[in-house]
Design a protein around this ligand. Structure first.
Ligand code: NAD
Length: 388
């Protein structure tokens, strides 16, 4: 029998498989619609089908530039309503998000705050609450807390998500994607990582493990000190840019690298972003800058800017999350996503069952859920040891 990669992923999402079997009995989402705006790829298929098995009607769209057609086809074949398809066009993507909200979901599974923020522009009765996956979404929604006034659990703020996905898995997938997309050496190269939060720590560690010389830039002096004590160089920002062969942004902030930095960039430097929004590197500003004479587009989303002074600047995925992009993108490891998505499933269950109230608006995953997910993972990994 030949099976698809989506089946391979589902096979290894052991937590989600166990939760789906339980949900099929307990049906926490019976009669409820869940609206989702999260990357549509093999691992999210496993999550969405788990929610469906719990009785949910799902209306789903992806995020900018990360929707995978095979995931969309599979979800549609399994009865999920999928709105839209792959796009980098933010205006078109906005129409997809509006269409999800037009279904007036009872629960929202958000990624980047897109759906909750839009809900406030066109509120409807019956939204119970939901989850937000990312740091960027939490930062966007926190100022709106007084208006949202319903339980919204932030998956990113679980320690499990922080270390399993953000640190270990994003670091690995950033390195894997860099090698896959560029097929270029890391040994001896000077890599500058902007942002030394959970994701940045993993990116820096993985490139160091691939024999690159890694320096870190972070606006927070305490975090810079941490990077220093972890053994990374922490030069001043401009010096770090000027010496880099590769610059990776992963901060959650906007305009971390802009056209104003063009004079600093070395010939042959590669720029890549792994932060959620494609706004960390100002790609329109860079490509449209006066010093850019021409551009060359290569296959697989590689773009080179040729400057009037002869320097060449390479951009991966035009500033979109490069660790989820390029030819045959794999993204973060299956197990790391299984952990994060088990948190998602359990948090949505808690909101659906009214185990959390409006006081839990933009708060971390409740500790008992973290503990239950950690225990379940270890139980599956070492069944006999845990039984002792
Ligand atoms: N690509 C992926 O698969 C993936 C997965 C998870 C999270 N993310 C995204 O990655 C980004 C970072 O997430 P995190 O969990 O590491 O966040 P974090 O808040 O833990 O860390 C961000 C760090 O960036 C620093 N920073 C902010 N602005 C800066 C600037 N202009 N220059 C240098 N440093 C700056 C902060 O001081 C902080 O130390 C977010 O956008 C998040 O949504 C991406």
């Amino acid at each position: 029998m030949v099976s698809t990669r989506i089946d391979w992923v589902r096979e290894h999402c052991r937590l989600l498989r166990a939760i789906a079997a339980e949900f099929a009995r307990t049906r926490p989402f019976d009669g409820l619609t869940i609206g989702t705006g999260i990357h549509l790829e093999a691992k999210t298929v496993a999550l969405l089908l788990t929610l469906r098995d719990g009785g949910a009607r799902l209306v789903s769209t992806g995020n900018l530039n990360t929707t995978q057609p095979d995931a969309v086809s599979r979800l549609r074949a399994e009865g999920v309503t999928v709105v839209g398809g792959p796009t980098k066009d933010s205006e078109l993507h906005a129409t997809y998000l509006e269409e999800v909200l037009a279904a007036e979901p009872d629960l929202i599974l958000d990624n980047g705050g897109d759906l909750f923020a839009r809900y406030l522009d066109r509120p409807y009765d019956g939204l119970v609450g939901g989850t937000e996956e990312t740091t960027s979404g939490r930062m966007r929604l926190e100022p709106l807390r007084d208006r949202l006034e319903r339980p919204i659990l932030v998956i990113n703020d679980s320690p499990i998500k922080q270390f399993a996905e953000n640190e270990h898995a994003v670091g690995q997938s950033a390195l894997e994607s860099y090698l896959r997309m560029t097929n270029r050496v890391t040994n001896g190269e000077q890599v500058t990582v902007f942002g030394y939060g959970a994701c940045g720590r993993g990116v820096a560690a993985n490139f160091r493990a691939a024999r690159a010389r890694v320096s870190v830039v972070d606006v927070d002096p305490v975090t810079r000190l941490r990077a220093h004590l972890d053994g990374f160089a922490t030069p001043p920002r401009d010096a770090a840019i000027a010496s880099a062969d590769v610059i990776i942004t992963v901060t959650g902030a906007r305009d971390v690298l802009t056209a104003a930095d063009l004079p600093l960039l070395r010939d042959g430097v590669t720029l890549a972003n792994s932060g959620h929004f494609p706004a960390e590197i100002d790609v329109p500003g860079l490509t449209g800058a006066a010093g850019v004479a021409s551009t060359t587009e290569y296959a697989d989303d590689l773009l080179t800017l040729e400057l009037t002074d002869g320097r060449r600047i390479h951009l991966l995925s035009r500033g979109h999350m490069f660790n989820l992009a390029g030819p045959r993108p794999l993204g973060n490891s299956i197990e790391s996503m299984d952990l994060g998505f088990a948190l998602q499933a359990r948090c949505l269950e808690a909101v659906a069952r009214r185990h959390v109230d409006a006081a839990s608006c933009i708060v971390p995953v409740p500790r008992p859920i973290d503990e239950a997910v950690a225990r379940a993972y270890l139980d599956l990994k070492y069944p006999s040891a845990q039984a002792e």
